[in-house]
Write a protein that binds this ligand. Structure first.
Ligand SMILES: C[S@@+](CC[C@H](N)C(=O)[O-])C[C@H]1O[C@@H](n2cnc3c(N)ncnc32)[C@H](O)[C@@H]1O
Length: 557
């Protein structure tokens, strides 16, 4: 059972703060106004303090643009593109960019123009109203819909989808959805679409990300390749983190029943709301997770009044760990574990060991640490990275890179799977726990100690420790958290100047920004002189959702 006294946290909560923050340091495209200057220079008379406070708030709201590359900024770029840059600039110049043409909760019929990179439909205000976008989850391009406008931002409101008046019959088939909560739960955006359409949409996200954030001129951009599918479209998620709130004070005082109280919801966020909705099972999660989740829900309901804080649960699909592995044994771990491979268990403890198999490689890691959440796609992903590093033109032994630097290496996924192709591999990772497991994983998989080394630390520090790696024969793999790489890392990378850089990312927007920086910095003023961006390809790690992973390959020229 869950320890009621402690807040058991899942991935979202255990990420280091650095992972949650979005990158700072880049100026928004539209200049931010200095609020203090505005205030000092203002000659406006206010009726009272309240009036002054409101005016100040309004100015602040106007002056604050979203953090570059944040999901709000990604949406803002989509809104600019739907409304048109001129319309947006004019509205800002006229100071009307926060004046919605819709009243709160007004119902209106609109046509959806496009789908945002975050997976929502974007509709335009009807004729006769000032230009304005309405962001509507689950709505598809070309559809005529009835929405109820609510929260508003700069030149856009959010809308609840009340009715699809004219569906996009080519794209939408609601009977495809395999989850009864699809449409209410915020977890999935795309269950009504064919899988091919999902992959196409994800490719568009990659295209837009490079257009909006890389600043790479069109001629230097390679064609963005089609998105690599996930072998499993449902039942793929090896990690789930449903949550629930602690009993409110009023409920603690009143009579208690053994039934689930009305205020208790164990599950995921509701679309467009901060509230949690009850979800009893999740069809994108693996079977063993769903089998474990049901009984856990019952235990929580039984013991709910013992909880003092809200809890984020953890469920991780693991191969049987009751058969332990001796890392010093030299026999093949796959042979030693053949029985364990037949049985999956669910690990719910942050500190528990989770075991996964990727091809013929065995990985163990801490329940609370990072590991990719879709095992079915990991072999295609690592194979793709291998083939990108060793394209057919580098088949002669002299031309093949011999050294790999795996930065942000987690528990060693890329370093270990790619190790047979290199003479030496070095990995770095911030989490000491993950590094302990990476070192153990290298041993479990019988990789000689002198070949692979892991250290814990800030990614940029690795370059000082691999001075003996010949840059001309080295590959640097980058797989940072969502915020991407910091300037220190990029400077160290450029000083090291490896022959090949493979950048894997769960946030294609920060990837595009960083790849653009790498190309510009190395070419002086002439973009793309020293590295070329050879290819970019999306990978679908999260079918039925709008998320896309992206792999970019850069080669020194
Ligand atoms: C997207 S995960 C990739 C992990 C690994 N490559 C894998 O595929 O399993 C990013 C990793 O970067 C680590 N990390 C975050 N900030 C870091 C930093 N400044 N330096 C090194 N590692 C960092 C996180 O702990 C996390 O394990």
């Amino acid at each position: 059972m869950v320890d009621p006294e402690s807040t058991v946290v899942g991935q979202v909560h255990v990420l280091p703060d650095s992972e949650k923050e979005l990158p700072a340091g880049k100026k928004p495209r539209i200049e931010v106004l200095d609020v203090s200057e505005l205030e000092a220079g203002s000659s406006r008379q206010y009726k009272n303090k309240e009036d002054r406070r409101n005016a100040k708030k309004e100015r602040k709201r106007k002056a604050t643009f979203p953090e570059p590359c944040s999901s709000e900024d990604v949406l803002w770029q989509d809104i600019i593109s739907v409304l048109g840059r001129e319309v947006v600039d004019r509205a800002i110049e006229d100071g009307v960019e926060l004046q919605s043409p819709f009243k709160y909760h007004e119902e209106v019929e609109v046509e959806v123009k496009t789908i945002s990179s975050n997976g929502e439909g974007i509709a335009l205000s009807p004729e006769g109203r000032s230009p304005w976008a309405i962001v509507v989850p689950l709505a598809l391009p070309g559809e005529k819909i009835r929405v109820r406008a609510y929260r508003q931002g700069r030149l856009h409101s959010y809308g609840d989808l009340l009715e699809v008046i004219t569906p996009n019959a080519e794209l939408r088939d609601d009977s495809r959805a395999q989850c009864k909560y699809f449409g209410s739960c915020a977890g999935c955006q795309y269950q009504m679409l064919s899988y091919d359409t999902q992959l196409d949409l994800k490719r568009d996200v990659v295209v837009k990300a490079y257009r909006n954030y890389s600043k790479i001129p069109e001629p230097s951009m390679p064609r963005i390749l089609s998105t690599m599918p996930s072998p499993l479209k449902y039942a793929y998620r090896t990690k789930l983190t449903p949550h629930f709130d602690a009993p409110p004070k009023s409920a603690r005082k009143g009579p208690r029943s053994t039934e689930k109280p009305d205020w208790l919801h164990i599950g995921f966020n509701r679309i467009g709301a901060q509230s949690t909705m009850d979800i009893e099972d999740c069809p994108i999660a693996t079977p063993v997770i769903n089998e474990s989740y049901g009984p856990m829900r019952k235990d929580i309901i039984k013991d709910i009044y013992t909880y003092k804080k809200g809890v984020s649960l953890l469920f991780r699909d693991s191969l049987d760990t009751s058969i332990t592995l001796d890392p010093d044994s030299t026999s093949d771990p796959v042979d030693r574990l053949s029985e364990a491979f037949n049985r999956h268990i669910c690990v719910t403890d942050q500190k528990g060991t989770v075991r996964e198999k990727v091809g013929d490689w065995v990985f163990e890691y801490n329940g609370g640490s990072f590991f990719q959440n879709n095992n079915s796609v990991l072999l295609p992903l690592t194979d793709y990275v291998r083939d990108a590093i060793f394209p057919p033109t580098t088949t002669t032994t002299t031309a093949r890179p011999t050294h790999l630097v795996d930065t942000y290496c987690g528990s060693g996924l890329f370093a270990i799977v790619l190790s047979p192709h290199f003479d030496k591999v070095a990995g770095i990772e911030l989490s000491a726990d993950s590094i302990r497991y990476a070192t153990r994983n290298a041993k479990l998989n019988n990789i000689p100690e002198e070949k692979v080394s892991f250290r814990s630390g800030n990614a940029g520090e690795i370059f000082a420790t691999v001075r003996d790696f010949p840059a001309d024969d080295s590959v640097v793999l980058i797989d940072p958290p969502r915020k991407g790489c910091d300037e220190f890392f990029i400077q160290q990378l450029l000083a090291f100047a490896p022959r090949t850089i493979v950048y894997v990312s769960c946030n294609v927007h920060t990837q595009a920004r960083d790849v653009g920086s790498i190309l510009r910095a190395t070419g002086g003023n002439e973009i793309g002189k020293k590295y070329v961006l050879e290819c970019v390809r999306g990978f679908d790690l999260f079918p039925q959702t709008a998320h896309v992973e992206s792999v970019a390959v850069l080669r020194r020229v």
